[in-house]
Design a protein around this ligand. Structure first.
Ligand code: SAM
Length: 222
């Protein structure tokens, strides 16, 4: 692995992000906070300077897509309650930042992106950073990634009109599925947990995501 992030200024900005944006809000999981101190977010935000990359809002990453606000990435990650040995599926690789955070907290991360150019760029970055426990696939993530199921956690980082049935099917016992669900303009962050045949659901509040486009999501325009 070669180290891309030797930048002390970026490390300072990460400390500030954790202290000002995450710790004072609802982020209490110490492993999650440690992952945010470690992963060099500025390398996942093309075109943004370091200060902008660590600011309290989403940023454009090209192809009309975004890297989510640090707090939203942290909240969704915390909802999975990872201990370290899990297998996690992410839908919506985008910049790869969320997958990189998950890769520090779980044993293995599988991530699906529908836009090939984003998946290619992000795959290159994972290789440069030596994040070897992440696998990327280009495709429609609303169908999940059945080959490696069941998953201990599934996280959807785009807004869906509902919960895609294949994702529920691919969730293992005790596993949690975190998904923004609602209209094209605003959603509720839902956490579903499998307990035997039962699915327990809770609502973690409002959020705004770009649309999840696919067979069990929104239909592509035009
Ligand atoms: N997790 C990303 C990150 O850390 O940068 C955030 C990505 S952005 C908010 C949502 C991503 O979901 C976009 O890259 C978009 O192309 C992707 N997406 C939308 N529908 C998808 C689908 N059906 N399957 C896979 N990816 C999808």
């Amino acid at each position: 692995m070669y180290r891309v992030d030797g930048d002390q200024e970026a490390a300072r900005l990460r400390e500030e992000m954790v202290a000002r944006q995450l710790a004072p809000r609802r982020i209490r999981d110490r492993r999650v906070l440690a992952a945010f101190r470690e992963v060099p977010r500025h390398l996942f935000a093309p075109g943004a300077g370091p200060r902008e990359a660590y600011a309290d809002h989403p940023l454009p990453i090209g192809e009309g897509q975004t890297i989510s606000q640090p707090y939203m990435v942290a909240l969704m990650t915390q909802c999975l309650e990872l201990a370290g040995g899990e297998k996690v599926l992410e839908i919506g690789t985008g910049s790869g930042y969320q997958a990189a955070i998950l890769s520090r907290l779980a044993a293995r991360v599988y991530t699906v992106e529908r836009i090939a150019s984003l998946a290619e760029r992000t795959g290159d970055l994972f290789r440069r950073l030596g994040y070897e426990n992440i696998s990327i696939r280009v495709g429609d993530g609303t169908r999940g990634w059945p080959e490696f199921s069941p998953y201990d956690g599934i996280i959807v980082t785009a807004g869906s009109p509902g919960v895609p049935p294949p994702l529920v099917e691919q969730l293992g016992e005790g596993g949690k599925l975190v998904i923004p669900s609602g209209s094209g303009y605003s959603q509720r962050l839902l956490v579903l947990e499998r307990r035997g045949e039962k699915i327990i659901e809770r609502d973690e509040g409002g959020c705004v995501f770009v649309p999840l486009i696919g067979e069990y999501g929104w239909k592509e325009q035009g």
